[in-house]
Design a protein around this ligand. Structure first.
Ligand code: FES
Length: 384
């Protein structure tokens, strides 16, 4: 109803008096159909940001001697960009453990079937446990799709040279699937490095996905085979198959980054055209020393052990505390917690925002204790 101010003030008062009967009349005229219980915008938000959800492990497939694909049925649909990762977690003994994994399946599969797959290499505590103990029917918790390791038409060049090592092939497999199904539109030349032919996971499927927009170049370091390139992924190789006008995406072990960094510098691409998917912070190589870690979560206080070799996040998870974690590499800021007291060392580069560092916030996922520590940590989202 429009309300136009009248020249004479008393006219406004008269109209105001009539508002109640007018409202009653409009209500009486309205259809008796109940209001919708949910709106389309809310349903879209739920798909875009599902939050931590329960998922059932429905399939395990052996890919190579030390790598398996795990497929999960989600509680609902999920929307993600090919190249993003999810946190997969489970209670293991007294620990509430989790780890981020790049999604290997296609965006459309998650949207239409409510299913995602991740490739896991047998290494470290959680991945090792998954590899040896997880079985179909088990329930896991899965976090929101996250990360920036995906194509961006504004930022990236039309051709992406992907450099993958080990399980680092999974985000590129998702990209290749997305290109094939039409949910991504760019050209990808994948340089996939492995020791020998039998270490190449997903080879059959990658070969099938090849098209005018997707090519794969296999590079073996420990085996001479005329079907493949040999050695490591060099600048020369990238130029030979993908040209110089490329964005380079890298995902793999640190040793691969160390080599590829030097090689890609030769192409002189400029910082914004080279992106790397960070690896989780690992244990540090120092003498084992035990400290006390006091953790405030809402109005509860916990005291747990913290080993100088492990991050504060690992110490909290080992004690079964439900605390936030996503990238485990210091980059996303999701685990951001307030340091009350204690000394610490940050693994690698300090990726905190300037204000966080100034006001005493740390990222427990990449922080090792150097003394007893007291922290205020936000509550985690894991459904209990
Ligand atoms: S989990 Fe991403 S910064 Fe700690």
């Amino acid at each position: 109803m429009k309300f136009k101010r009248q020249i004479f003030g008393f006219m406004d008062l008269l109209r105001f008096k009539k508002m109640v009967p007018l409202r009653a009349k409009k209500l009486a005229e309205a259809p008796a159909t109940p209001l919708p219980t949910s709106y389309r915008v809310d349903r879209t938000v739920k798909i875009l940001h599902p939050g931590m959800q329960q998922a059932e492990l429905t399939e395990i497939r052996q890919e190579t001697p030390d790598m398996k694909t795990f497929t999960f049925r989600l509680s609902g649909k999920m929307m993600f960009r090919a190249g993003e990762y999810v946190t997969v977690g489970h209670k293991i003994g007294d620990s509430l453990a989790s780890r981020p994994y790049a999604i290997a399946s296609s965006p459309l599969t998650a949207l239409e079937k409510g299913e995602i797959s991740v490739g896991i290499k047998k290494a470290g505590f959680f991945s090792g446990w998954m590899f040896d103990n997880a079985k179909t029917g088990d329930k896991f918790f899965i976090g929101d799709p996250s990360g920036f390791f995906h194509y961006d038409g504004v930022r990236d060049r039309a051709v992406v040279a992907g450099i993958a090592g080990g399980s680092g092939v999974t985000p590129f497999l998702s990209m290749a699937r997305a290109i094939a199904e039409g949910s991504e539109d760019f050209s990808l030349v994948l340089f996939y490095g492995a020791r020998t032919e039998k270490d190449l996971a997903y080879k059959e499927e990658l070969d099938k996905l090849c098209s005018d927009k997707f090519k794969v170049v296999y590079v073996l370091s420990d085996e001479k085979n005329e079907k493949y390139e040999s050695g490591f992924v060099t600048a020369e190789l990238v130029e030979k198959y993908a040209g110089k006008d490329v964005s380079v995406f890298m995902c793999g072990p640190q040793a691969m980054f160390d080599f590829a960094d030097k090689e890609m510098a030769k192409l002189d691409l400029g910082g914004k055209y080279v992106r790397k998917e960070s690896n989780c912070v690992a244990a540090r190589d120092v003498a084992p020393t035990q400290y006390k870690l006091r953790v405030h979560i809402r109005d509860e206080v916990f005291e747990v052990n913290a080993d100088a070799r492990e991050t504060l996040l690992t110490a909290m998870e080992r004690a079964g505390l439900n605390v936030p974690a996503k990238c485990r590499a210091g980059g996303c800021g999701y685990c951001h917690s307030r340091l009350i007291s204690g000394k610490y060392t940050i693994a690698g580069a300090d990726k905190r925002r300037v204000a966080d560092a100034k006001f005493g916030f740390i990222h427990p996922c990449c922080t090792y204790p150097d003394s007893d520590v007291e922290l205020e940590v936000p509550a985690g989202e894991i459904p209990q």
